[in-house]
Write a protein that binds this ligand. Sequence first.
Ligand SMILES: *Cc1c(COP(=O)(O)O)cnc(C)c1O
Ligand code: SF4
Length: 409
Amino acid sequence: MRSIDVVAHVLPFKTNNYVVNELIDWDNYQNDPIFILNFPQKGMLSPEHFSKMAKAVDAGADTATLRKTADEIRHQLNPHPAGQSHNVPEVNGEKLTGAQHKYNETMLFFPSQGQTCHAYCTFCFRWPQFTGMDNMKFAMKEIDNVIAYLRQHEEITDLLITGGDPMVMKASVLDTYISRLLEADLAHLQTIRIGSKSLAFWPYRYLSDPDAEEVLQIFKKVSDSGKSLAFMAHFNHPRELETEAVQKAIKKIRATGAQIRTQSPLLNHINASAQVWADMWKKQVGLGLIPYYMFIARDTGAQEYFGVSLHRAWDIFQRAYTRVSGIARTVRGPSMSCTPGKVRICGITEIQGEKVFVLEFIQGRNSQWAIRPFFAKYDPKALWMDDLQPAFGKEEFFFETELAEMLLE
Ligand SMILES: *Cc1c(COP(=O)(O)O)cnc(C)c1O
Ligand code: SF4
């Protein structure tokens, strides 16, 4: 438990009684996937970083020193991966800092009051932004800016409200955002998505929280207005689908007319097994959920600990995919969300004697890049896009020159 304390100075740590009492198997906690998902582990820091932090803790350093040490370590963990700062939209010359518009049809919105979560995942890359702000006036100005941007961009059909976890917001705050969006009467906006891990970490959000019923009414209001509410649920392990509470909460959300889609990264020590994924997808479709994405763990934070090689990721995906029926094969992956876009590993093959990864964009920074096969030299150790080289002696991938120009803008 001392190592948890040391690592928790650097990586985020927050848990709750649902995760502790209903999800974690304490008889075997050391290898328990939910324990590892929620409680920082020694191996999540490199030995040097661990001993640096441990020294500060053991020396009884004051809060400021502990924080300074932690920040120094964090800065070495690539806290801002995938060039996210390049997609900040502007309205009338003003930057919308709580939003991102990287792909044509879909805009991301990070409401300032949704920048925390019911519990923290140890693999999470969003920890630099867990600060939060609690101010209703700011919320209104924020959503009005988003609406102004949406008015000028009729190509956007989807607004994805994300965080942190937007479902930590009180119903009254969520209602401010949603009501103003609906009142804005944007015909091109078809789908409001909410990205959330609340079903896995706090299903009582929809059952017994004081404003649970109000939340469900907000979802219903979206469906009743003729737009679709897509609840993008983050589940990392089939265990999270097994409790009575989560199953009841899923029913309640679906009864509002919302659809629930699911996504997760592939994580060593938590779900790096074809059986786990096949089981998770089967349980999901059994509960009426729609599998959507399998992601490859990002190049940030404890990637050494959670990372799975691209080869192994494809192998796990292929073996899981072939164990489930077509109903669960709505899932796409394994995919890397990197600077040029979402890159999927389609397979590993040999072309004219050269072993290659076959890749494609699911989403590209230029939308025309999607679903054009391209090839990288096979590398059994590659963990991420940056580790890949073009195949067949090419100097660069087909998108690289264009991407470099886009990044200069
Ligand atoms: C995944 C993602 C989206 C949503 O893409 P869809 O393919 O529409 O699900 C939007 N913005 C960013 C930055 C993303 O990574
Ligand atoms: S719930 Fe989502 S944002 Fe929150 S810690 Fe987990 S992965 Fe990160």
